[in-house]
Design a protein around this ligand. Structure first.
Ligand code: SF4
Length: 682
């Protein structure tokens, strides 16, 4: 979808131009937004955190904004820096020093969770403007007294002073996404009747007092960014007019820039997932900018230059603070500035190795599905291998593509054999799912990088053992094939696999039953139910020209799940979106329902919710029953010591693209490294 529309930089774009936030001079307009990596507050992980930031400085982040740094313990979170801890302050100082040494600039984000804090993690009760239970934690927070509020104003000011002492170039005050300051602003969570609640003006008092307190403490020359909520996406919360008033009041209170956040963690509206169009929330940013003179910063789904190019050209934003795109590509800024669009490893908004890691407990440090080196820069420098080898990679799916790229990057001579006529493997199927088109970006990235790195790509080629004789290492990444369950009737003509549907469509089938309810079945259900719908742009065009909007009959889709769970295997941050989409599109879901037999005209099932051996009528039965490794080539190669099997070809159980790519990276990275024990290349 995006493959052939490469953006090329002309050299005159506004994001190339130097900018200023208060007294802080920045070389261009591409910032790295705040991200909690799960590497914070740990002396063991500090080298990894430093390496991660330093590499983004080298990748041309004009300013790095740290993950949240708690101003007090009760507002903290697991693995979060807290400025009350001297050990943490020392680590933060080293971090700032390393960023400066690399030639970068760094702002500290001052953070307080408020009622989003987990008392089990902070050791203290969560606090909030009013005792309104948090849907995120299930906990009832303690209402802050006026004395508590005044104390917190002082804490913020002391934290800002400390940030400056530790060498930070600026601070960002976290006031969005439903955290403490945002909680004071919203009538949903602020029920106070004193000076800090009631009217919008009173609800603004605490955040404004925080800004004024900080400004008074740090002086007029220390840059203050305020991350404010452009829209809470919570019914009954702050109005747009109140948001504009807040922006004006923040400017008057002394902030130097406004960074616009969107949505609360309790909101049921997606804000960062792939279903959100690129730059979807930019009109809110642009509207706020019309009310203030200070620079305004946009974030959320700004993963490619085309997303923010029009915003800069039309003067709607002053800076962009993408976050996840810097995880996906440490050189995000450099590649945008140099117009190297085709080389960009684009964030596909999957959340699978970033937010799905840092929001689970126990927390897993963030990395990136399309860039498994993210977070491991210290351990995995991009140097040449000790010994250059001739490497064959069998299979051009996610694991094979990454293995070929990394092996070539490390100096090996790489040949990639792919049996199909195109590269991509499972990625090619995933990219066909509505709202997963960003996977085409990943395919484009690999195609471009393999060509640049000189990988010899041989399509429609399945090498024999004889063909592989000249290689010193063979990585088998032949992927997976659909699993055909042991179920009577799978040979009938109306039975298809998920691959058949995603490659050949479903013709005019009207009653479709999906066997299985995991991530693949959910994808296939979405593919079928959305395939027959004209897209929004087409609908808008037809409306504008006055053409009648006809409706097309959609097939009825039934999903048969053996267990109670639907969409298992889909990450925590997107599972709820998948489930709500299934409901909205009218997919019938039968849980705890066991397929017994496929018969002409349908599928017989047994289980809860249906009587014994009930027939579900269907003119198409789709097997979404998992995958099995494709290992035929291994039988031919036997126990050849040159062979290493990776990705789905090694193990298909619980296979994810993240695991496949990581295995490709790890296997290729180890090639040609001399071991300490015997000095032999591996
Ligand atoms: Fe983006 Fe997915 Fe990587 Fe997160 S894991 S940074 S969402 S591509």
């Amino acid at each position: 979808m995006f493959e052939d529309k490469w953006y090329t930089a002309s050299g005159s774009e506004r994001w190339r131009q130097p900018g200023k936030i208060g007294t802080l001079e920045l070389p261009h307009r591409l910032l790295m937004g705040s991200m909690h990596l799960g590497l914070e507050a740990s002396s063991e992980h500090l080298p990894r955190l430093i390496a991660f930031y330093v590499e983004r400085v080298r990748g041309q982040a004009a300013l790095i904004i740290t993950g949240g740094v708690a101003v007090s313990r009760e507002g903290s979170s697991h693995r979060m820096f807290c400025l009350l801890e001297e050990e943490h302050a020392a680590m933060l100082q080293k971090l700032a020093g390393a960023v400066h040494e690399a030639g970068g600039r760094i702002a500290m984000q001052l953070f307080h969770s408020g009622r989003y804090a987990h008392s089990a993690e902070t050791g203290e009760a969560a606090v909030a403007p009013s005792p309104v239970a948090s849907r995120l934690t299930g906990e009832m927070p303690r209402e802050l007294s006026v004395e508590d509020i005044l104390h917190l104003v002082g804490r913020y000011a002391a934290a800002a002073v400390k940030a400056r002492q530790l060498g930070y170039d600026a601070i960002e005050i976290m006031g969005s996404e439903g955290y403490l300051l945002n909680q004071f602003l919203s009538p949903l969570t602020n029920h106070r009747e004193d000076d800090y609640g009631g009217s919008a003006e009173k609800r603004r008092k605490f955040p404004l007092d925080v800004v004024k307190g900080i400004r008074a403490a740090v002086g007029s020359d220390f840059p203050i960014i305020f991350r404010m909520s452009g829209v809470d996406l919570m019914a009954g919360s702050t109005t747009l007019e109140e948001t504009y008033d807040l922006a004006v009041a923040l400017e008057e209170a002394g902030v130097d820039a406004l960074n616009i956040g969107v949505g609360w963690h309790e909101s049921t509206v997606p804000t960062v997932a792939a279903v959100v169009p690129r730059a979807a929330f930019s009109p809110i940013v642009a509207a706020i900018r019309q009310h203030v003179q200070v620079p305004v910063i946009a974030a959320n789904r700004m993963n490619v230059p085309e997303a923010f190019q029009p915003l800069f050209e039309s003067g709607q934003v002053d800076f962009v603070a993408a976050a996840r795109p810097w995880l996906a590509d440490a050189e995000f800024g450099r590649k945008v500035l140099e117009g190297r669009r085709s080389q960009m490893n684009v964030c596909i908004a999957c959340n699978q190795s970033c937010l799905d890691h840092t929001l689970v407990r126990p927390l897993i440090p963030a990395s990136c599905l399309v860039n498994p080196r993210a977070g491991f820069e210290a351990e995995r420098p991009l140097s040449k291998a000790d010994v250059a080898l001739r490497v064959a990679v069998l299979g051009g799916g996610p694991a094979g593509l990454e293995a070929a790229r990394v092996a070539a990057l490390r100096g090996h001579a790489v040949t990639l054999f792919e049996a199909a006529a195109e590269l991509g493997g499972q990625f090619r199927y995933a990219a066909r799912i509505p709202d997963k088109e960003e996977f085409y970006e990943t395919l484009r990235y690999y195609r471009v990088m393999l060509a640049e790195l000189g990988v010899d790509v041989r399509l429609e080629t399945e090498p024999t053992a004889a063909d592989l004789q000249g290689f010193q290492s063979i990585l088998v990444a032949t992927g997976v094939r659909p699993h055909i369950p042991d179920l009577p009737g799978t040979e009938l003509p109306h039975v298809r696999t998920y691959v058949d549907i995603l490659t050949q469509g479903f013709a005019d089938a009207q009653e479709i039953v999906l066997v299985g309810a995991g991530g693949i079945a959910c994808d296939v259900a979405k593919y079928i139910t959305e395939r027959v719908r004209p897209n929004a742009a087409v609908n808008q065009f037809l409306t504008e020209i006055g053409a009648p909007l006809t409706s097309v009959h959609r097939p009825n889709v039934t999903m048969v799940a053996r267990s109670k769970r639907v969409a298992s295997g889909v990450g925590r941050t997107t599972r709820w979106i998948v489930r709500s989409e299934l409901t909205a599109s009218g997919v019938r879901i039968l849980t705890e329902c066991r397929p017994v037999e496929i018969v002409p005209g349908g599928l017989r099932v047994q289980g809860q919710g249906v009587t014994e051996a009930t027939l579900i009528g269907a003119d198409l039965v789709v097997l979404c029953t998992g995958q099995r490794p494709q290992q035929a080539v291994l039988q031919e190669l036997g126990d050849d010591p040159r062979v290493l099997c990776i990705g789905g070809a090694r193990d298909s159980a619980g296979l994810t693209a993240a695991r496949a790519i990581r295995e490709g990276f790890d296997a290729a990275y180890r090639l040609g490294q001399e071991t300490a024990e015997d000095g032999q290349a591996v």
